[in-house]
Write a protein that binds this ligand. Structure first.
Ligand code: NAG
Ligand code: NAG
Ligand code: NAG
Ligand code: NAG
Ligand code: NAG
Ligand code: NAG
Ligand code: NAG
Length: 178
């Protein structure tokens, strides 16, 4: 009993050291793959909206209760309410998902300084926030084209056929989230 308590404390300590080490890492993050600082207005630095935004984004990437890679949360009151959606590629494990959302959030806020609304992503995840509800109804934009410059297709016709078959199968399956 005593030894398991000790182990648990040790584990907590280790996690704290790890968290500290992470917090002290330079703020250098991979460049966003795509982003849009939506021109719907600006918030003031250190305003309630700014604080709510930081709080909301932090609460998403520290949330270990939800593990399905899809997050929609809001935080704040009245005009200072922030709405956010974050999601990961389905093949990304929960820890990597949270790490990606953290990086994407930090980069987005830094790349879109003072914008009330922004959307952007890395390879593994996407983050979006706004001062209006973005949960319902579904919005079809903004959208992005992302090219994979690391690999070229040699058999264009064959690749295209496989892709059309795959996409057809996916749309038949009526993929649902939630
Ligand atoms: C969002 O913020 C902008 C800029 O402050 C403001 O003009 C707009 O009315 C706000 N939208 C909502 C829904 O509060
Ligand atoms: C918000 O601020 C950015 C940069 O500070 C500026 O380019 C943009 O025009 C501003 N948008 C509005 C609606 O004031
Ligand atoms: C915002 O708050 C931080 C921390 O309290 C402070 O260092 C910074 O100078 C403030 N910025 C503005 C523009 O008020
Ligand atoms: C997330 O979105 C669903 C579907 O629109 C909505 O019912 C739910 O209230 C949202 N969650 C939060 C925390 O706003
Ligand atoms: C997040 O950023 C850190 C520090 O730059 C980096 O080590 C890590 O690989 C990044 N994680 C993801 C999922 O991008
Ligand atoms: C792919 O093809 C483009 C255009 O021909 C070329 O510029 C690029 O270097 C190629 N990439 C790789 C990874 O071979
Ligand atoms: C890929 O296939 C679709 C449907 O068969 C066709 O419309 C399109 O032109 C093809 N694209 C290329 C690059 O072959």
């Amino acid at each position: 009993m005593a030894s398991s308590t000790f182990l648990f404390s040790l584990c907590l300590l280790f996690m704290e050291v790890l968290a500290l080490a992470k917090a002290q890492q330079p703020a250098e993050q991979p460049a966003m793959l795509y982003k849009d600082c939506v021109g719907k207005g600006n918030y003031t630095t250190n305003s309630t909206y700014h604080a709510n935004l930081n709080k909301l984004l932090t609460s998403i990437y520290t949330n270990t209760e939800i593990n399905n890679g899809f997050y929609n949360f809001s935080y704040g009151e009245d005009a200072d309410t922030v709405y956010s959606i974050a999601l990961c590629r389905p093949d990304i494990p929960p820890d990597d998902c949270r790490s990606c959302i953290r990086n994407a959030s930090d980069s987005l806020v830094r790349n879109c300084p003072n914008f009330v609304e922004a959307i952007g992503g890395l390879d593994n995840c996407m983050v979006r926030y706004a001062n209006r509800s973005i949960f319902d109804p579904m919005e079809q934009g903004p959208y992005f084209w992302v090219y994979d410059v690391r690999s070229n297709v040699s058999d264009v016709v064959g690749f295209n056929q496989s892709r059309m078959t795959l996409l057809g199968r996916l749309s038949d399956q009526q993929v649902c989230i939630g």
